[in-house]
Design a protein around this ligand. Structure first.
Ligand SMILES: Cc1ncc(COP(=O)(O)O)c(C=O)c1O
Length: 439
């Protein structure tokens, strides 16, 4: 190994060797955060940090002001209603109408403690509707902790790498799992974390149609809502809208995070949107777990009650104000987060100029969009080895291995925490990496 690396070789090796994880290259996101923090502290060097999807922008100001106001009005001492405050429920309903063209009654628009909790509550309800069904089908690659949630609940899960089954290939592959009769729900993120693949209308219609045929609940994870910057989804009430399987099935739950799109991750507030039909549907099996057979009722007074008895009161008012401003056309949130796409375009070029490849590089028939994440590989390296080696060059990412990807040579790079004034450092470090690892 080359000893003359941008970050002190001995210190990096010591920190890696001291880690309780067998292979640092397969570490979870949070474990890598810890390792990189430690190397940074010991060397005094700043990393190009691409391991964790933390928003890199300021939180939506309108939210902060509303939250302060709500706190001054005394909400901190009061338990919020589990189903959410009225103002927020109404703005969520307006938001999905104006930005997705989907009609949902405010009753099914429920705040959650981030989409993390939205996912957990969804598994706790959707995967308990039918005694013959066993769990979730994940359209991978995906967000690893959602599988962990299924595991913790004792639910089974299946998965396949969506990239291998794009377009008309998706139907037969999806159906081969649904045909078993064991799948309760299908989960995917769109745009996809980590590949940044964006599903087409054709694919969403396949998902919706098969969900109807096999009576399966679609969990559409919109953590990166409207962040396919190739389209302009920013005008409320006007097409184009954020694409959704909700246009093709009534068996759906949307998880809309406010973490990235409104840079509101710290307040842990997200939205769960349950279709009217599903909200009011009766599943006798739910009575084994909850006091009612009604899906929406079980979700609120069963699952969400058990998990946290509601979502932080002031954060609900913050989100209501953010949504109201967006719905009224006064706050163009998409214009703000476009910065991620711009940074991705530059960073991808820095990597590819130095011999790296983009792993998930096409969206069926066009180049993959520039967004919050991109994926990289380097000739001759497995992902875990590449990840470990890049630590010596002051660059951190996560291995695609842990996302259910079949592309084990790849890493996921997140652009959000890298500031533009680090681009020269990044260029220097990847060039040095190439010099030391000639292809
Ligand atoms: C695909 C996906 N789903 C869900 C989440 C969780 O979002 P939240 O911060 O709202 O809990 C994330 C966060 O990174 C994500 O990438």
């Amino acid at each position: 190994m080359n000893k003359n690396t941008p970050i002190d070789n001995q210190i990096v090796s010591d920190v890696i060797n001291a880690s309780p994880v067998d292979n640092v290259g397969h570490s979870s996101i949070r474990e890598l955060v810890r390792i990189v923090n430690e190397i940074e502290a010991k060397t005094g060097e700043k990393f190009i940090r691409m391991e964790m999807g933390v928003p890199g922008l300021d939180p939506a100001e309108v939210g902060i002001q509303a939250e302060i106001e709500a706190l001054k009005n005394g909400v901190a001492s009061k338990y919020p209603m589990i189903e959410g405050v009225k103002e927020l429920k109404e703005e969520i309903s307006r938001f999905v109408k104006l930005f997705m063209n989907v009609d949902v009654n405010p009753a099914g628009c429920i705040p959650t403690v981030g989409s993390m909790m939205g996912g957990m509550a969804t598994f706790m309800t959707a995967n308990r509707t039918d005694p013959l069904k066993e769990g979730t089908l994940f359209l991978d690659p995906g967000f690893p902790v959602q599988k962990q949630q299924c595991k913790v609940l004792g639910h089974n899960y299946e998965s396949f790498d969506l990239y291998d089954f794009r377009g008309e290939k998706l139907g037969p592959e999806l159906e081969s799992y649904l045909k078993t009769g064991k799948i309760s729900s299908i989960l995917y993120s769109n745009p996809n974390n980590p590949s940044w693949v964006c599903l087409t209308e054709e694919e969403l219609s396949i998902i919706g149609t098969l969900a109807n045929k096999y009576d399966v609940i679609v969990i559409e994870d919109l953590a990166y809502f409207a962040m396919d910057f190739r389209q302009d989804y920013s005008v409320p009430g006007e097409a184009p809208y954020q694409p959704s399987a909700a246009n093709y099935t009534a068996n759906y739950i949307l998880l809309i995070s406010s973490s990235k799109v409104f840079s509101y991750a710290g307040q842990r507030v997200g939205m769960m949107v349950i279709s009217d039909k599903l909200f009011n549907r009766k599943y006798p099996e739910l009575k084994r777990y909850y006091s009612s057979e009604l899906f929406g009722y079980s979700m609120i007074y069963g699952a969400l009650y058990c998990l946290s008895a509601g979502t932080g009161h002031s954060a609900q008012f913050a989100l209501a104000a953010i949504l109201k401003a967006a719905n009224n056309g006064e706050f163009n949130f998409i214009e703000i987060v476009k910065e991620y796409g711009e940074k991705a375009r530059i960073m991808k070029k820095i990597f590819t100029d130095s011999g790296f490849k983009i792993v998930y590089d096409t969206d069926i028939d066009r180049p993959i969009a520039d967004g919050f994440y991109f994926t990289i590989s380097y000739p001759g390296f497995e992902g875990a080895k590449l990840l470990t080696e890049l630590l010596y060059y002051g660059i951190s990412a996560i291995s695609l291995d842990i996302t259910g990807s079949t592309r084990s040579e790849g890493l996921r790079a997140c652009v959000s925490q890298v500031s533009r004034n680090q681009f020269d450092d990044l260029r220097f470090r990847v060039n040095k990496f190439r010099e030391d690892h000639p292809v």
